[in-house]
Design a protein around this ligand. Structure first.
Ligand SMILES: O=P(O)(O)O[C@@H]1[C@@H](OP(=O)(O)O)[C@H](OP(=O)(O)O)[C@H](O)[C@H](OP(=O)(O)O)[C@H]1OP(=O)(O)O
Ligand SMILES: Nc1ncnc2c1ncn2[C@@H]1O[C@H](COP(=O)(O)OP(=O)(O)OP(=O)(O)O)[C@@H](O)[C@H]1O
Length: 471
């Protein structure tokens, strides 16, 4: 749960009603979040993008009033957990809907586009038991289950592999699909206020004409564009162009160490997903080669993908390693802190993440290293990118690398990341079950679709079926 107070954001922990923690535990938990951002994600993703914030203490009276004030604003689907208003501790973060780089534009209008890209590769682990996982990405498979469960109304045409391809045509298709079906993967803010996307799973604002109306003064400040369908298309195109440029731009000035990790390759896996509408469209037009231009090293998508690729074994390969650690902890419960399952997140922890060998020597040390890497990868698979854009004049911003030009405008931008908390160790069995549910449901719906096609085929051909009778 996040609360916006002027230009900072206060972040509070949430817990199920019956599971309150002591103030000391909450302080430790929040400090761990800060340390993980500062010493681990910072190095993977770069200090310009990672804003880990600081733990602050607030008067309890203030928190009590705050809690009462915001309760009615919280989406119903999120109310299963209660905000911690008892410990007095919170995280203080910058407001990432605002530009993070240049402060001279602080009071200018700002657009911020939040994208939750999800997992951008197909796993190639030999532990995988269902072949479909090598061909169809997790996001596309999961769509079927989400729609069946009523989380979303329609299947999205967005496929993360298109966004992460680095190919501008595929990225255009991916971003357009996000705009058409935002789900929880795209939100747009104007001056810090949500103008497009879902606040809650039921509460969505996604009228492209209305969005174009908001965007027009940013992209066509001289107002030379009439309204209507043509205008909407033109403005949306400009937005997608600006987003593509920022997502592919490389930052050379941060401390990101993505280069010092032997980069994990995805060459064994393919770079396109069989379920992607873009690939299907190409195939339909007789083109059998889906282009992947590759991401420029140093761009935000490249860094996120590198962190995601730390999941080398897939949950199917990881499950038995988790059981190995659990068995060990059952015998030696005090060893949990030595295994550093709950931190500390420091340089030593980071160094361990660099061991990419997948030769299992049967030790608990090997198992724990792979688990740490998996948890970091899962974090990168669930984080969000915040792209803030503010118009700037021709003679402003001498550093061209922070400027994105569009047809009739020019923007300074900043790229930041959200939701970088390390995924809990305890979630692993749940991840395993969810994975098999997603895959099984997908296979079931594929089968049902095939059966239906066959049935339709027989129905269509009923009139001319030749039936042989025994004589
Ligand atoms: O498993 P996924 O891919 O559905 O991801 C979950 C997200 O669902 P999504 O598919 O993005 O709609 C899910 O997003 P929502 O809360 O549904 O918007 C959470 O981010 C969840 O993380 P956590 O368990 O709350 O830490 C995410 O769970 P983790 O798997 O990252 O733990
Ligand atoms: N530092 C920030 N600056 C601006 N907006 C933020 C910041 N942190 C979070 N947000 C906004 O708040 C939204 C919710 O954040 P997050 O998903 O981390 O919270 P949550 O724990 O799921 O909250 P809840 O369950 O109450 O919805 C984000 O999708 C983003 O739009």
């Amino acid at each position: 749960m996040k609360l916006l107070i002027r230009s900072v954001v206060l972040r509070f922990l949430k817990f199920p009603p019956d599971r309150h923690k002591t103030a000391e535990e909450i302080f430790h938990h929040l400090q761990n979040i800060v340390d993980f951002g500062k010493h681990i994600m910072n190095l993977f993703l770069g200090e310009n993008c990672v804003h880990y914030g600081e733990v602050v203490q607030l008067p309890l009276e203030f928190l009590k009033r705050l809690c009462l004030k915001i309760q009615s604003e919280r989406p119903e689907s999120r109310c299963g957990k209660e905000m911690d208003a008892f410990s007095g501790y919170a995280l203080c973060l910058p407001d990432l809907t605002r530009l993070q780089t240049y402060h001279f534009v602080e009071h200018r209008p700002t657009l911020c586009i939040e994208i939750k890209p999800k997992c951008g590769f197909l796993p190639s682990s030999c532990h995988i038991t269902k072949k479909v996982k090598h061909k169809v990405c997790r996001f596309c498979m999961h769509q079927h289950l989400k729609v069946a469960k009523g989380k979303w109304k329609r299947i999205s045409k967005y496929c993360p592999l298109d966004l992460f391809s680095g190919n501008k045509q595929r990225m255009y298709f991916a971003l357009m699909s996000l705009l058409q079906e935002t789900q929880n993967n795209l939100k747009i803010f104007k001056n810090g206020e949500l103008i497009f996307g879902c606040r809650d799973h039921r509460d969505c604002v996604s009228d492209l004409n209305e969005l174009a109306h908001h965007l027009k003064p940013f992209f066509f400040p001289a107002n030379g564009l009439s309204s209507g369908l043509y205008c909407t298309r033109t403005v949306i195109k400009e937005l997608i162009h600006a987003l593509t440029m920022t997502l592919l731009s490389s930052s050379t000035t941060d401390n990101c160490r993505v280069g010092d990790m032997k980069s994990v390759t995805i060459s064994q896996g393919r770079s396109y997903c069989d379920a992607s509408q873009f690939s299907k469209e190409l195939l339909r037009n007789g083109n059998h080669k889906t282009e992947g231009s590759g991401l420029p090293k140093g761009c935000i998508l490249y860094k996120i993908l590198q962190a995601q690729l730390l999941d080398m074994l897939d949950i199917e390969g990881l499950r038995s390693l988790y059981d190995r650690v659990e068995q060990y902890l059952e015998e030696f419960p005090k060893e949990r802190s030595n295994l550093e399952i709950d931190g500390p997140y420091n340089e030593t922890f980071y160094e361990k993440l660099k061991d990419l060998s997948t030769e299992d020597d049967g030790t608990v040390t090997y198992a724990v290293t792979k688990i740490h890497q998996y948890r970091v990868a899962m974090t990168a698979k669930d984080c969000s990118i915040m792209i803030a854009l503010t118009p700037c004049l021709q003679d402003e911003c001498p550093e061209q690398r922070c400027v994105v030009p569009t047809s009739k405008s020019r923007f300074v931008y900043s790229v930041s990341l959200l939701d970088l908390d390390l995924k809990p160790y305890e979630n692993i069995p749940h991840q395993y079950e969810r994975d098999s549910k997603i895959v099984n449901y997908y296979l079931k719906s594929l089968q049902a679709k095939e059966d239906q096609h066959l049935l339709d085929f027989y129905k269509e051909n009923e009139d001319c079926t030749l039936v042989f009778h025994k004589v």
